[in-house]
Design a binder for this molecule. Structure first.
Ligand code: FE
Ligand code: FE
Ligand code: ZN
Length: 306
């Protein structure tokens, strides 16, 4: 099977899933991930069925299996914090609607940041997440929620496999719960990715490899255990190209979609507001299996030419 790789792409009001799929193909990807609106807010426009239908035809023509396409829930919804019940209730009902939106779009995997405990204890936060998920999950739903492994910035929960396991074990019916690993977050949470085989072993024992539904491939600006969550371009951070490559091409992860969420490049002194998506170039470098130390300047150069 061909390497299953894509990136975060946009989802625009007027082109919707079709636009997202076309953006992914323009980056030479065979899968992709999108938010159904702005990542940082919860305003969502109506879905256009005609565009969804066209998107499915387009994906078929371009060998993209919709089962491998990922949706990401907005990162401001926090299921862990019940200090303000209005916002917790809103988060729960938003998530229910988001699952409906995924169903309408024919999407089966929705990535979610578990939440932050803020002023509550970690244990209370975890119990709130469990309670929220029990509220949200329906036995006959087609969509799985993928809990993402977090860096541990602030009071984020889900920073270890044990915390994710506690959530999954606590939910009444976890058949629609899976996990999304994020290499930057794992590194920042304190997992040494040079020992990825033993990390995968631990994951398999605690949660089960079949529950791994997606991997976000990002380098990290910070060292292992820093709890920072600042993504770096592939090979330009503290994880490094070879370690990321060994994860991307891991024998046991062939069927798991790999999604890049690396930063756009540019914003240099010459061209202050221009930033460019790096994905086509990073994916080419990954396919070549050879690190280009000048990739970021090559990207800027390439975009400026056309
Ligand atoms: Fe995420
Ligand atoms: Fe991520
Ligand atoms: Zn992150």
């Amino acid at each position: 099977m061909d390497l299953l790789i894509g990136s975060h792409v946009s989802f625009k009001k007027d082109t919707q899933l079709l636009g997202s799929a076309m953006e992914a193909v323009s980056f030479h990807e065979n899968t992709f991930m999108f938010y159904t609106g702005a990542p940082q807010n919860t305003s969502r426009s109506d879905l256009n069925e005609e565009l969804t239908k066209k998107a499915f035809e387009y994906m078929k023509e371009h060998q993209i299996d919709p089962k491998n396409v990922i949706v990401h829930a907005p990162y401001i919804i926090n299921l862990a914090n019940t200090s303000n019940m209005d916002s917790w209730n809103f988060a729960v009902s938003f998530l229910k609607q988001e699952i409906k939106r995924c169903e309408k779009l024919g999407m089966e995997r929705l990535v979610l940041h578990p939440g932050s405990s803020v002023k509550l204890s970690r244990e209370e936060g975890i119990q709130n997440i469990i309670h929220a998920l029990n509220n949200v999950l329906e036995p006959d739903q087609k969509v799985s929620i993928l809990l993402e492994t977090m860096a541990g910035k602030g009071t984020e929960l889900g920073v270890s496999f044990d915390e994710l396991k506690e959530i999954m074990d606590g939910v009444d019916d976890s058949s629609h719960l899976m996990v999304c690993m994020d290499t930057c977050h794992l590194n920042d949470a304190g997992y040494d990715l040079n020992e990825f085989d033993s990390i995968l072993e631990e994951f398999d024992q605690k949660i089960g490899l079949s529950k791994l539904g997606c991997i976000h491939i990002n380098d990290s600006k910070n060292p292992c255990g820093s709890h920072k969550d600042r993504h770096a371009n592939i090979g330009y951070g503290m994880i490094g190209f070879d370690t990321l490559l060994s994860i991307i091409y891991h024998e046991k992860l062939k069927e798991v979609p790999k999604i890049l969420e690396t930063p756009y490049v540019g914003n240099d002194w010459e061209d202050k507001n221009r930033i460019y998506p790096p994905y086509r170039f990073e994916i080419e470098m990954i396919r070549e299996k050879k690190f280009h130390p000048d990739l970021l300047s090559e990207i800027i150069h390439c975009y400026k030419k056309d």
